[in-house]
Design a protein around this ligand. Structure first.
Ligand SMILES: NC(=O)c1ccc[n+]([C@@H]2O[C@H](COP(=O)([O-])OP(=O)(O)OC[C@H]3O[C@@H](n4cnc5c(N)ncnc54)[C@H](OP(=O)(O)O)[C@@H]3O)[C@@H](O)[C@H]2O)c1
Length: 194
């Protein structure tokens, strides 16, 4: 299977890909604004909203068409697929970046830079990857069904990487995603792969 395009080219395809769930969500928010129903959020006591899989054009539409600024944008982000431009755009609007599949579903844990730093710090590869996320300012939601790994992942907050070490992990970018393209996928496709 050939490599998929990195995120920057994804955004340019949004104009042609109008059938995805994220596109539908953006349109629904705009419709709520046009019908005056966005105010219902505040009236119901909702203080903040989060979005997921919003690419750059989705954020542009939301912010141009409504006064709703999400508190957080959750999207695929791990050392080999960092979506740097989307992260920068998200942060520039004061929106927190939340990484899903933060371990690359385990596939990023075998990279040499990760295993070398794990030895240096007396940490596990997962803790190094999570330490990298925290070091560059990402919120992380690693998934594990294993209690030992849950504790291990929580303890990653004690791992502090130097700038050079952060850069060594950042250099693992390959532009190859795991999840389907949010510009084209339906909701069920985004989660069925998780
Ligand atoms: N918004 C979306 O569209 C979207 C899409 C995908 C995922 N998500 C969310 O993102 C979260 C995590 O993503 P994900 O499950 O795709 O990927 P992930 O957290 O990067 O990786 C999970 C995999 O890594 C393993 N793992 C966890 N901790 C480990 C450790 N310390 N050492 C070694 N292996 C470890 C897990 O195995 P074990 O369970 O066997 O430990 C599992 O196979 C989930 O809560 C999910 O709901 C959101």
């Amino acid at each position: 299977m050939g490599k998929r395009q990195p995120d920057d080219s994804r955004a340019t395809r949004l104009g042609r890909a109008r059938g995805s769930t994220v596109e539908a969500v953006v349109r629904a928010v705009v419709v709520r604004r046009e019908s005056g129903r966005l105010g219902v959020l505040a009236a119901d006591g909702v203080r903040a909203i989060g979005v997921s899989n919003f690419l750059q054009d989705h954020l542009d539409t939301l912010l141009a068409e409504t006064t709703t600024v999400p508190a957080v944008n959750q999207f695929e982000l791990h050392p080999t697929f960092q979506q740097a431009a989307l992260s920068a755009k998200t942060r520039a609007h004061g929106i927190a970046v939340e990484a899903y599949s933060p371990l690359g579903r385990g596939t990023d844990l075998n990279a040499e830079a990760v295993t070398t730093l794990a030895q240096t710090h007396g940490a596990t590869p997962a803790q190094i990857v999570l330490g990298w996320h925290l070091g560059v300012g990402n919120i992380v939601i690693p998934k594990s069904v294993n209690a030992h790994r849950l504790r291990e992942n929580l303890a990653a907050s004690e791992v502090t990487l130097s700038q050079d070490e952060l850069d060594a992990i950042t250099a693992l970018e390959s532009g190859v995603p795991i999840a389907p393209d949010p510009a084209e996928a339906a909701f069920t496709q985004m989660y069925s792969s998780g």
